[in-house]
Design a protein around this ligand. Structure first.
Ligand code: NAD
Ligand code: LMR
Length: 337
């Protein structure tokens, strides 16, 4: 698949929350060419808040010490205009993480105004075809607000991250059917990046002896897929927090890199990835919600996988996560007034 941008000019890539823990794992992935390829030079824009500038300068020193060949320049700043100026890609990570006992939506009041302001900055300073990945939680609703305040940026260009949920579910399913990760495809994550999300394994395909077959044809436990896999993925973030006393960072950075790499490079034939994207009413999801769907990507444009059967069990799951996103949207609009 040809990359969406085949230019030799360096591209400007913004990471917000650049002094934080996800950024610390994400920066080397981008700088080493694992997102935009081994031929694409990068100018990294790193934004954090004023009190974190000392830490950010330390990160910038380490970046210099890595001597990344693809890295043309680094702009490390607390100035929003300088950070968003001329960017083609944005990883909006900077936001408060949850602590043990919280739900991600408890972060809404603390974080949503960041995304209102950064929507405004995208509108004012970024390239008009900028592609944005919102990582900061609650990611779907933050993306919705960001898009509202960036009216000159196409709504399709502002997405939120559910790739971590996809990666979690894929790893669990691979273990369950005793296959390698690369031999499992078409895991779906529907809805919100929260504990109402619906990890759906009904369309999973497994590669055995060189050919792909439906999960229904390989040895598996249907009850496990419904009763264990779904809550496991829904609660995995909380489980990591309970163990690490910090929210996931290495896996979040890997997922952010995976999301953007597929958006930039496209998806392979018969491969689906999950992105939270603006709904135009697909699968009965209300227009305007930022909802995780299975997508394919070609020439830098994502397309929701059409015509998947939605049975009664799935319908109920989609309803629960939709209702939560509608409630978050109402709360977010109120918090931004
Ligand atoms: P962290 O606390 O280590 O880092 C966050 C950084 O953001 C801090 O350096 C902070 O100063 C900075 N920041 C705060 N406000 C900012 C602003 N207005 N502009 C720029 N920077 C700002 O947190 P982290 O572990 O890196 O997590 C960041 C966010 O990502 C959290 O909201 C977390 O819940 C979320 N997250 C999402 C996913 C996902 O799958 N969508 C996965 C993991 C974490
Ligand atoms: C995750 O899924 O690990 C992140 O959203 C962090 C969290 O709060 O769970």
């Amino acid at each position: 698949m040809a990359p969406a941008t085949a230019s030799n000019e360096p591209i400007r890539v913004l990471i917000t929350g650049a002094a934080g823990q996800i950024a610390y794992s994400l920066i080397p992935l981008i700088a080493k060419g694992e997102v935009f390829g081994q031929k694409q030079e990068i100018i990294l824009h790193l934004l954090d808040i004023q009190p974190m500038l000392g830490v950010l300068n330390g990160v910038a020193m380490e970046i210099s010490d890595c001597a990344f060949p693809l890295l043309r320049d680094v702009v490390a700043t607390a100035d929003v205009a300088a950070a968003f100026k001329g960017i083609s890609y944005a990883f909006l990570v900077g936001a408060m993480p949850r602590r043990e006992g919280m739900e991600r939506k408890d972060l809404l009041k603390a974080n949503v105004r960041i995304f209102k302001d950064q929507g405004g900055a995208l509108d004012q300073f970024a390239k008009k075809d900028v592609k944005v990945l919102v990582v900061g939680n609650p990611a779907n609703t933050n993306a919705l607000i960001c898009s509202k305040y960036a009216p000159s940026i196409p709504k399709e260009n502002i997405t939120a991250m559910t790739r971590l949920d996809q990666n979690r579910a894929t790893a669990q399913v691979a273990q369950h059917v005793q296959a390698r990760i690369q031999d499992v495809r078409k895991v779906i994550i529907w809805g919100n990046h929260s504990n109402t999300q619906f990890p759906d394994a009904r369309f999973v395909e497994v590669q055995k002896d060189g050919s792909w077959t439906s999960i229904s044809k390989v040895q598996h436990d249907e009850k496990w897929l419904k009763e264990s896999l779904i809550p496991l993925v829904q609660k995995r973030g909380a489980e990591v927090i309970a163990a690490r006393k910090l929210s996931s960072a290495m896996s979040a950075a890997q997922a952010a890199a995976d999301h953007m790499r597929n958006w930039f490079n496209g998806t392979e034939k018969d491969q689906w990835v999950n992105m939270a994207v603006v709904s135009k009413g697909e699968y009965g999801i209300p227009e305007g919600l930022v909802f995780s769907f299975p997508v394919t990507v070609e020439n830098g444009q994502w397309k929701i996988v059409p015509n998947l059967a939605i049975d009664d069990f799935s319908k109920e799951k989609l309803k629960i996560t939709t209702t939560e996103l509608e409630e978050e949207r109402t709360e977010a609009h109120a918090a931004c007034e």
